[in-house]
Ligand binder design. Structure first.
Ligand SMILES: *[C@@H]1O[C@H](CO)[C@@H](O)[C@H](O)[C@H]1NC(C)=O
Ligand SMILES: *[C@@H]1O[C@H](CO)[C@@H](O)[C@H](O)[C@H]1NC(C)=O
Ligand SMILES: *[C@@H]1O[C@H](CO)[C@@H](O)[C@H](O)[C@H]1NC(C)=O
Ligand SMILES: *[C@@H]1O[C@H](CO)[C@@H](O)[C@H](O)[C@H]1NC(C)=O
Ligand SMILES: *[C@@H]1O[C@H](CO)[C@@H](O)[C@H](O)[C@H]1NC(C)=O
Ligand SMILES: *[C@@H]1O[C@H](CO)[C@@H](O)[C@H](O)[C@H]1NC(C)=O
Ligand SMILES: *[C@@H]1O[C@H](CO)[C@@H](O)[C@H](O)[C@H]1NC(C)=O
Ligand SMILES: *[C@@H]1O[C@H](CO)[C@@H](O)[C@H](O)[C@H]1NC(C)=O
Length: 691
């Protein structure tokens, strides 16, 4: 998923414009100052860590502590085996995965209990959780063992003491009976979890009926709740389970359950109503009382914060929102139509075909014998195809490129092996990217959908620029194929995907401080190189994390030159302003005059994203950039914005980086440093840091 989105962005301008509104990560905190992750786990509100400006970042009952700045645990749970959080999610189901310790008891040969732990960790300090009945299972291991879990004290006068019970019996006569992978009552039993369970404390039955004397082959009993499908019974576990180190992943359902656990109907008019976003809706909880919130159809994000649900750009995700024609995003929905001259019974699912005049088809059928016609068509098609290929080759500038350029011109047949659907690594409404090998070298082939013509001037731009710049921090264009309707481009394959994916992708990868400074320094060198070309200054025009790819050693490579300009030729003025507004120089936006300092501005935003690991987006008034600028104006350090993964002990360096970024963001263009100066400064930081 991560790398496919990067390859989509590597594709040409048409796609770029559509992808401008990149999907907002579903992680949103209460205020921008609240930390949005701990270690690998993103922490969306109502969950939260600590305070921002004196106010809690979490809703009551949803506090997370970030131990050692890297391990999230549920605040208020048992102290010594504190409940570690693996994952939090708001949608599609409100859920928390935690690591639960195993409950156990052990006996000596005469059947005296020599140790026990009931598994209790206070899983539910504020009552917001239910042990998920859909996702979990209770396992009990032992050879003469009955154990169960109960929860929810019944009102006086009820038939049973508790409202919910679950448990089972595990039994085995001798060591030979239990079998691996068979949790069928022999040495191991397993049972489902009823809805409403609030606790995991295990009761082992220890009456004489359940004696453990003479059971050296099975000295301990174990009991745990675990995600379905995670645990597989092994008979050795009866002897060797290391209870002090074993814990099991378990899923908890959560809901808003304060003040007598209101339903949606009652909560909507109460002061603490949790569904804050305009585009959110309320559902009564399915496991226990209370309610949950969801973004409405066509929106995604965080329904629990104001403006948290944002429009989904369906057109940027063709794998989930089909459209075989031209896709247009609208607020909360999208439209799909065939372009002029084409038709389809349902452009959402069926392809658009040209509107052939019917009479022509009929007359052909009447005149020709079918066989003859087929034969003739065959011959004609073959000749036409050959002629067309040649014509396209000429039209797309083949002869010129042949003479002038050092890139390779591929024949259509050279690439047919690669252009198979199993090789697709990225796909958008505007075309596909394939991964393949050319002469043993991994490459990425961009193939725009035919009929969706890239402007020929932009194509030429990309080819000419790319063949001029050869630098280790710029993605290398290996060649192109012109014998097709819409020319295809062949690039070196960059393994790690884009900086954007690495920073904000679904599964955020750790990225150390050294690596980050190095990425910035080298990316700046790549851009500085472009800006300082001898004869023609090359401007990128769309510098952003999605256009900085990283190879397997995290060396950055600038990509996507579809809207770059050779200013010596183009006289600087853009006919229309394209690019990503989040990173766009406001001066350029106003004047339409692209300068080297516009790239410097965009790079400033890139620096801020890399040191904060927060996504800049113009749709929230560019909170990220503004937060840094405000701190700067007040003469305050921006410590609270730094990514906690790298901040420790490096605040001064990060502050220096932030200051450099702020210089790049100056509205007075002349005050901004040049790209070369930025690169030099960053290289200096690399040195000082590593010494
Ligand atoms: C982050 O996740 C990776 C892979 O899932 C894991 O190996 C690593 O230990 C995790 N890091 C932290 C700090 O939890
Ligand atoms: C936090 O760090 C301390 C010292 O390095 C270590 O003893 C402790 O186990 C860590 N806690 C967690 C939850 O990783
Ligand atoms: C966390 O949960 C989300 C949503 O259910 C899922 O996509 C993601 O893979 C999970 N991550 C981990 C590390 O389990
Ligand atoms: C909430 O939204 C998600 C994604 O749109 C959907 O999968 C889920 O079923 C919704 N939940 C409810 C309770 O409707
Ligand atoms: C088991 O423990 C009991 C109580 O400490 C003791 O009396 C008995 O001798 C022990 N049995 C063995 C076999 O160690
Ligand atoms: C588990 O820890 C307890 C106390 O911390 C210790 O007495 C016991 O021997 C340990 N058990 C194992 C199997 O390591
Ligand atoms: C619960 O009640 C308290 C006091 O009446 C009120 O301040 C709070 O906002 C209420 N919370 C919700 C979720 O209604
Ligand atoms: C979106 O598409 C991806 C890739 O085909 C798929 O894995 C995922 O489940 C889809 N999501 C939804 C909500 O349909």
């Amino acid at each position: 998923m991560g790398s496919s989105s990067m390859w989509m962005r590597l594709m040409l301008p048409a796609l770029l414009v559509a992808a401008m509104e990149a999907p907002v990560a579903a992680t949103l905190t209460l205020t921008p100052g609240c930390v949005d992750r701990c270690g690998n786990v993103s922490i969306p509100y109502p969950f939260g860590i600590g305070k921002d400006g004196g106010n809690d970042c979490f809703r009551k009952g949803f506090e997370i502590s970030c131990v050692n700045n890297s391990v999230p645990v549920m605040a208020g749970t048992g102290t010594s085996p504190n409940l570690r959080v693996l994952n939090l999610s708001l949608s599609p189901h409100p859920m928390v995965r935690v690591m639960l310790p195993v409950a156990w008891q052990c006996f000596n040969a005469t059947g005296t209990q020599i140790g026990t732990f009931d598994g209790g960790v206070g899983v539910n300090p504020e009552g917001v959780y239910r042990l998920s009945s859909d996702l979990n299972q209770l396992f009990i291991l032992g050879c003469n063992t009955f154990a169960y879990i109960e929860s929810g004290v019944s009102p006086p006068g009820s038939r049973y003491n508790y409202q919910v019970y679950t448990g089972c019996v595990a039994y085995a006569n001798d060591a030979g009976r239990p079998q691996d992978d068979a949790c069928n009552g022999v040495g191991c039993c397993s049972v489902g979890i009823p809805p409403g369970l609030t606790d995991n404390v295990v009761n082992f039955r220890n009456t004489p009926t359940w004696s453990h004397a003479d059971q050296e082959f099975c000295p301990c009993d174990y009991a745990f709740i675990v995600d379905k499908g995670y645990y597989n019974f092994k008979k050795d576990d009866l002897l060797h389970m290391d209870v002090n180190r074993t814990s099991m992943p378990m899923s908890l359902d959560w809901a808003i359950r304060e003040n007598g656990s209101l339903t949606c109907a009652a909560a909507a008019s109460s002061p603490g109503y949790a569904c804050k976003s305009v585009h959110s809706e309320c559902f009564n909880s399915k496991n226990g009382p209370g309610y949950i919130c969801n973004c409405t159809k066509g929106y995604e994000g965080n329904p629990y914060v104001v403006n948290g649900c944002t429009d989904i750009d369906e057109c940027a995700r063709p794998e989930n929102y089909s459209c075989r024609g031209e896709c247009k995003n609208i607020d909360g929905d999208y439209k799909c139509d065939c372009r002029a001259g084409y038709t389809s019974p349902n452009p959402y699912t069926e392809s658009c075909n040209p509107k052939f005049p019917l009479p022509a088809q009929i007359s052909i059928g009447v005149v020709g014998g079918i066989l003859l016609l087929a034969f003739l068509s065959f011959v004609i098609i073959i000749r036409k195809e050959r002629r067309m290929r040649h014509e396209l080759y000429r039209k797309n500038g083949g002869p010129t490129l042949e003479k002038a350029s050092i890139i390779k011109l591929f024949k259509k047949n050279d690439l047919t092996q690669i252009l198979k659907s199993s090789n697709i690594i990225g796909k958008g409404g505007f075309g596909e990217v394939y991964k393949g090998l050319v002469d043993g070298v991994p490459v990425a082939v961009k193939k725009p959908i035919s009929g969706n013509h890239m402007e020929s001037s932009q194509f030429a731009n990309e080819v000419i620029i790319q063949s001029k710049v050869i630098h280790k921090n710029i993605v290398r264009l290996i060649g192109c194929c012109l014998e097709v309707d819409t020319p295809m481009l062949v690039y070196e394959f960059i393994s790690q995907g884009s900086m954007d994916d690495i920073l904000h992708g679904g599964e955020k990868k750790p990225l150390g401080l050294d690596a980050r400074i190095n990425i910035l320094a080298e990316a700046a060198q790549g851009l500085a190189y472009m800006h300082s070309q001898a004869n023609t200054v090359i401007l990128h025009g769309d510098v952003k994390p999605a256009n900085i790819l990283l190879d397997d050693k995290f060396v950055p490579k600038i990509s996507d030159f579809g809207i770059s300009r050779l200013i010596a030729r183009d006289n600087e003025h853009a006919a229309s302003i394209i690019g990503d507004r989040t990173y766009m120089d406001p001066v350029y936006m106003q004047s339409g005059l692209l300068t080297a300092k516009s790239d410097v501005y965009s790079f400033g935003v890139v620096i801020l994203e890399l040191i904060s690991r927060k996504k800049a987006t113009h749709r929230d008034n560019n909170t990220l950039v503004n937060s840094f600028l405000e701190n700067h104006k007040k003469g305050k350090k921006s410590t609270e914005l730094f990514d906690t993964e790298i901040a420790e002990g490096a605040e001064d360096l990060l502050q220096n980086l932030a200051e450099l970024a702020i210089k790049c963001l100056e509205l007075e263009v002349d005050q901004r440093p040049t790209m070369t100066e930025v690169a030099e400064q960053l290289v200096a930081f690399t040195r000082t840091h590593q010494v």
